[in-house]
Design a protein around this ligand. Structure first.
Ligand code: FES
Ligand SMILES: [Fe+2]
Length: 459
């Protein structure tokens, strides 16, 4: 019996039951943000099975380029071999399990284990070891290469992998979310590239707080990020910015668009990217409907289950001297324990932007949603206390639950949209928390799913 097949512990089962029973009422047990038994089960049932984002192709652009990334808590080498093919290799020597790759990224045709010198090529194949004939002559090399992720797939240059051979193909896993990723990552035919190296920083929070926030927690901007407006960093007033759509694109995957109700309302459009740039885009890869949503969108924020988030919006690091410009960041909330994450943060630009436009976007991103930026730390501080609440004895003993009722029938002004042109379920106005309930619904289903079983992800 593999660990994924073991029955859930009584504690995990109780928490999941509370979640399943609470969700229709808009209630989520706080202990899911800090319980260590639940976290151990998540590593196997969520991160050991789901498609997770690892790297952008432009980070391993040349033959021999590699970078080390995580699936759950485990290291994987993302490498481009001498033929140009991308591999995702478990960073553990087949001889004794030693970590073979000792730098974060680089270019190499081979990885040599530091213990006894087994040497693997960039596609993971075992190619030799010291004094091979004496030590291993006659052994089958082909059966002793580095172990690969079960499936690897690129989508608009975004490299995803899963450890589960029974996982549906990535496009099927994304379901309706693929349509929305198309409209941002495929907006220009030539796609995007990463600006600089990703930032990494550790925060004492639970990974679900990041996914929850980026599923569409727009409401926190007016309180937590109110300095955004006092320094002129963002061009749309708070209450106006709450206008737009919440979309449950597929089960687990949610997003949010800030958008004026009137399609002819003046900008910002295209997530704040310069209008003249947007006019130069070759949008032939997307439909008229996708293009119209991108044109009208002031902000795009979303989360691909479990822990891959996207944010595109007009931002300025210094509103007094620079008008806001489009910033596009992608993130992962890497689990490091029930109460710790490593945040990975990349900035991207459309390849066809000029060097000056890329520089402008990078500076605006670095000055706002980055480890040294003016708004990043706003978010991380409350999440730290969510994890503290989640691991508290009081939350456990009192069955303390959190309120996710915004936008439910009779609560607030949000209402379902009948003529939304994209896949999934959309609500008008972003005073709505169905996007997060959608995240936890799929979470609960994945936690319950038996090995080899995949819950239906259409809504
Ligand atoms: S552990 Fe890697 S060569 Fe022995
Ligand atoms: Fe925020």
């Amino acid at each position: 019996m593999t660990t994924a097949e073991r029955p859930l512990s009584a504690t995990v089962d109780r928490l999941l039951t509370q979640l399943e029973e609470g969700l229709p009422e808009g209630e989520v047990p706080a202990s899911i943000f800090g319980n260590s038994e639940l976290y151990d089960a998540e590593l196997r049932k969520i991160f050991g099975r789901c498609w997770v984002f690892l790297a952008h192709e432009s980070e391993v652009a040349a033959h021999g380029d590699y970078t080390v990334r995580k699936i759950g808590e485990d290291n994987f080498i993302v490498s481009r071999d001498e033929e140009g093919e991308i591999h995702v290799l478990f960073d553990a020597c087949r001889h004794r399990g030693v970590q073979v790759c000792r730098s974060d990224s680089g270019n190499s045709s081979h990885f040599r284990c530091p213990y006894h010198g087994w040497t693997y090529s960039s596609d993971g194949a075992l190619v030799g070891a010291p004094l091979w004939k004496n030590a291993f002559g006659g052994m089958d090399k082909s059966k002793n290469g580095l172990t690969k992720a079960a499936q690897v797939r690129s989508f608009h240059g975004l490299i995803f992998a899963t450890l589960d051979p029974s996982a549906p193909p990535l496009e099927e896993y994304l379901g309706g979310m693929a349509w929305y990723l198309d409209l941002i990552f495929g907006l220009d035919k030539d796609g995007l590239e990463i600006l600089g190296a990703p930032q990494r920083f550790v925060v004492d929070a639970n990974w679900k707080s990041g996914s929850d926030n980026f599923s569409g927690d727009d409401y926190h901007l007016g309180t937590l990020h109110r300095s955004v407006w006092s320094i002129g960093a963002f061009p749309v007033p708070f209450s106006e910015n709450m206008m737009g759509y919440h979309v449950q694109a597929a089960k687990g995957h949610s997003l949010s668009f800030s958008m004026a109700e009137d399609a002819n309302e003046p900008g910002p459009n295209f997530f704040g990217f310069p209008e003249d740039l947007a006019e130069q885009f070759d949008t032939s890869r997307i439909s008229e409907e996708q293009l119209e949503i991108a044109r009208r969108a002031r902000v795009f924020v979303g989360n691909v289950f479990p822990n891959f988030s996207i944010l595109a919006l007009p931002m300025s690091e210094d509103g007094a001297n620079h008008a806001p410009t489009g910033v596009l960041t992608i993130r992962t909330w890497q689990p490091k324990g029930p109460g710790q994450i490593e945040i990975w943060n990349w900035f991207l630009a459309y390849k066809n932007m000029t060097a000056e436009q890329k520089d402008r976007a990078y500076r605006a991103g670095l000055g706002t949603f980055s480890v040294g930026g003016s708004f990043e730390m706003d978010d991380t501080e409350p999440w730290i206390t969510v994890a503290r609440t989640g691991s508290s004895v009081a939350a456990e003993v009192l069955d303390f639950s959190l309120n996710y009722q915004m936008g439910m029938p009779g609560v607030g002004i949000a209402s379902k949209v009948d003529d939304w042109p994209g896949p999934g379920i959309a609500y008008w106005t972003r005073y709505e928390e169905g996007v997060q309930r959608n995240l936890y619904q799929y979470y609960a289903e994945m936690m319950r799913a038996k090995p080899g079983e995949w819950p239906e992800n259409t809504l």
